[in-house]
Design a protein around this ligand. Structure first.
Ligand SMILES: Nc1ncnc2c1ncn2[C@@H]1O[C@H](COP(=O)(O)OP(=O)(O)OP(=O)(O)O)[C@@H](O)[C@H]1O
Ligand SMILES: [Mg+2]
Length: 455
């Protein structure tokens, strides 16, 4: 793939045949799936020659979708695009996907019927070498594995488009949320969560699962990984990951901001301005819940947040899934959750790995630091946040410095470390921070200093 890819998808199509119907629907579906698509809309108004801008856009795309329709080969412009696309496939390994729209793939491959006529006309007008290039690019592209509208989904365009776009998204392996700098042990935890969600059970009930645990235990991280995994695969009509619901709701106009983000993610904004929280509740009730949705509500800490987002299981369309992360189960009691998932702390091996990534930028301690690392890790009690903090804090220190810090750490009663970290550091107020430091959690203080000096 070219190093500087800007677009996920480049669409090559004949405007005469498909601009206002198939291509428009395909483009809308690509956008729904957050695939950033380049579509040249100026073919009819520009001269015959394909411009450098367009050639560059092809180079900067990860996937090219070619819509072969009846008039595709009559357009010199399309054929030039095609040559460039096949060139990018050879040079950068660009993924190329042909779609056969209202035309037999065999006619395209063998350049028969309207394709034969188009080439006969080109041969009269253009240089033979150029036409030969077009012919060979066409042959090569038409032989790639692609989609034939007549033979898929009984020719139903909307189902066909949805299937094709999902597969394109899978091919691109796009993850939409960054999960963690150094993910460790995510897979088994996501697997456990998917059991609670009963994924693949074909059940059509609404499913609501709470991820519950203390601050820094990895709730949000697991929710993000799960969201990345299922928001495309499953049959959701729309999805949204609302991060930091609690803290956002505390901001001025925070509830309305959350409502707008939800409607925007579900592609229901329609340029509608939410005038007030109550107005927003009604818009969500009326427009959002008639769809099958995947919704992640991250860090809910008060029942008012669920009310403002009109989250009510009786209103949700069957098959919808809600994942909510919280430190306080009573704040989500109104949801009548089906299951509560409490993520397990990282085990010794996982802890050492995560710590090492932050301390040494590799998955295990470097020489001379093995035993010291084991000792430090035992104090983190498997809490990812603490492992990150300790690792980052110690990363540039010498062995004597490690020893000295460990001595201080040993003064903290072993069982207390986790207890004192019931809230992640960011959420503590000044008074709590003082208390926190009094009990000698010097690592956090140093870490904060380091962070502040970076910003
Ligand atoms: N399995 C993991 N692998 C690597 N890093 C992780 C893992 N789990 C969590 N982390 C990291 O630990 C930190 C805390 O994780 P996270 O934000 O998910 O915790 P949380 O339980 O949501 O905390 P809070 O209650 O404060 O919202 C993050 O920086 C995250 O990247
Ligand atoms: Mg969180």
């Amino acid at each position: 793939m070219a190093a500087s890819c800007i677009y996920d998808v480049f669409l090559s199509f004949s405007g005469v045949d498909t601009r206002k119907n198939f291509t428009a629907h395909l483009l809308a579906a690509l956008e729904r799936h957050d695939l950033y698509t380049f579509r040249d809309d100026t073919k009819l108004t520009r001269g015959e020659e394909i411009g450098p801008e367009l050639l560059k856009a092809i180079e900067q795309s990860k996937v090219s979708i070619i819509i072969f329709s009846k008039s595709y080969a009559s357009s010199r412009w399309c054929l030039d695009e095609l040559v460039k696309i096949m060139n990018c496939k050879r040079r950068f390994g660009q993924i190329v996907i042909p779609i056969f729209y209202d035309i037999q793939p065999s006619d395209v491959r063998s350049q028969r019927g309207c394709y034969e006529e188009a080439f006969a006309s080109h041969e009269k007008r253009f240089d033979m070498k150029m036409v030969k290039n077009w012919r060979s690019a066409l042959k090569e592209a038409a032989n790639l594995s692609g989609y034939d509208l007549q033979n898929m989904a009984n020719g139903c365009e909307s189902t066909f488009i949805e299937t094709a776009v999902r597969e394109v998204a899978d091919k691109l392996n796009l993850t939409c949320l960054s999960v963690a700098d150094y993910p460790v042990g995510i897979k088994p935890r996501v697997k456990k969560l998917s059991e609670f969600l009963k994924l693949g059970s074909n059940s059509d009930n609404v499913r609501i699962v709470a991820i519950w645990g203390i601050g820094g235990s990895g709730k949000t991280t697991i929710a993000k990984a799960m969201y990345n995994r299922i928001h495309r695969i499953h049959e959701f009509e729309s999805s949204s990951f609302l991060a930091n619901v609690g803290p956002t709701s505390m901001q001025p106009n925070g509830f309305v901001e959350l409502q707008e983000k939800l409607l925007c993610d579900l592609r229901l904004d329609g340029n509608q301005r939410i005038r007030s929280q109550d107005y927003g509740i009604e818009v969500i009730k009326r427009r959002a819940w008639c769809r099958k949705v995947l919704l992640v509500l991250d860090d809910v800490d008060n029942i008012r947040q669920l009310r403002a987002l009109a989250i009510n299981r009786d209103l949700l369309r069957s098959g919808s899934i809600i994942i909510v992360t919280t430190r306080n189960l009573s704040s989500v009691s109104s949801l009548q959750v089906d299951e509560v998932y409490k993520p397990k702390e990282l085990n010794r091996e996982e802890s050492l790995q995560l710590f090492s990534w932050h301390a040494f930028r590799r998955d295990q301690p470097v020489e001379d630091y093995e035993i010291l690392s084991e000792e430090v890790v035992s104090y983190a009690k498997g809490l990812p946040l603490v492992l990150e903090i300790l690792g980052s804090f110690l990363s540039d220190k010498t062995v004597p410095e490690w020893r000295s810090e460990l001595k201080k750490l040993k003064k903290i009663p072993n069982n207390d470390v986790q207890g004192k970290l019931r809230l992640s550091f960011d959420s503590l107020d000044n008074e709590q921070r003082g208390l926190f430091l009094d009990i000698a959690c010097f690592f956090l203080l140093e870490w904060t200093k380091t962070c502040q000096s970076k910003h």
